[in-house]
Design a protein around this ligand. Sequence first.
Ligand SMILES: *Cc1c(COP(=O)(O)O)cnc(C)c1O
Length: 397
Amino acid sequence: MERPRHVEGSLKMSSNQPINVPLCDLGAQYQEIRTDVEAAVTRVLNSGQVILGPEVAALEREVADYCGAAEGIGCGSGTDALLLALHGLEIGPGDEVILPPFTFFATVGSVLRCGATPVFADIDPITFNIDPKEIAAKVTDKTKAIMPVHLYGQCADMEPIWKIAEKNNLVVIEDAAQAIGAEYQGKKTGTLGGIACFSFYPSKNLGTYGDAGLVTTDNPAWAARMKALRVHGMEPKYYHKYLGWNARIDAIQAAILRVKLPHLERWTIQRQAAAERYDELIEATRLHRFMQRPAVMEGRRHVYNQYVVRVPVSERDTLMQHMRQNGVSCEIYYPLPLHLQECISHLNYRPGDFPISEEACHSVIALPMFPEITALQQQRVVDVCAGYRMKQTRVAA
Ligand SMILES: *Cc1c(COP(=O)(O)O)cnc(C)c1O
């Protein structure tokens, strides 16, 4: 990194225009695989088999094999995957599920949708994942499952979670929506609990052009039940054994995902290289004291669905404003913890109940991250942040 330090705007393209950096750029990837994607879509359209069928079955096999799980069941979205897991385990009214308050809403929404009661356990301040030390005290005789979320692409600390689950006879449901390909002690997500839930939403590491999701499990009875639930609990045809719903994945989306899956490892490595470059650039501009970089814990493979830094609460919003004014996109995942969401006010949680999650909501910033992000774009992101720091230091002086 030979460029001058702390010089914002030093990175102009030859046109002398500062470059804009998007949060995520799906277009670059589409151009790369366009021919294959279009051929896959055409193949499905020509086959006439647009609901379930061979493309869906093949995707299920391929994703399950990728993860190392016995079975995969494709479904309409990551949210459907969570619902299939909970209904598949017959979790419902009167049951409790333990989960973190710092995650996307679908994690808690699915628990409430199936009629169960969400019980929150605060997160670890370094990884932003559920803190196993907080879980034990939340277990009651109504607890049925623990739902760790592998947030931003790094696995939750599973070993102590497995111990609590085993001791209390609970099922672990992985919310692996952001973490396909991530590993814990050499094992991939999809195999780190009883059931795992994946999302193929476009911005996820394996994203399609629409909505889709998938569950994995090694348990044949749960798999059979979830497969039936996906088609209105029907088994055999027109005999409804369970109350399910339509949670099917489109055959077209399955075919597209089959094109993308063989590229996933390379895209993951590109994300990791981009994360490393951010790490270096932040250090080179001496921002690292101000801007806490993501920590990769021992025995874990982080797949960087997001590269999330943490800055002082008093600076976060002004820094974001500065970044956006300078053409650098950034986002807050997530600005309000789940326990304080309006639609669950009836659970009577209060500000201060989960201080680590609440603090995270006020201090995190996701920087632009996608496999195709260039060194130039990353340099621009960090230069703009360094420019903000310089301005702050000047004001203080
Ligand atoms: C994206 C996501 C979901 C939901 O997935 P959809 O496909 O959008 O329904 C659930 N949990 C987490 C943590 C997510 O990031």
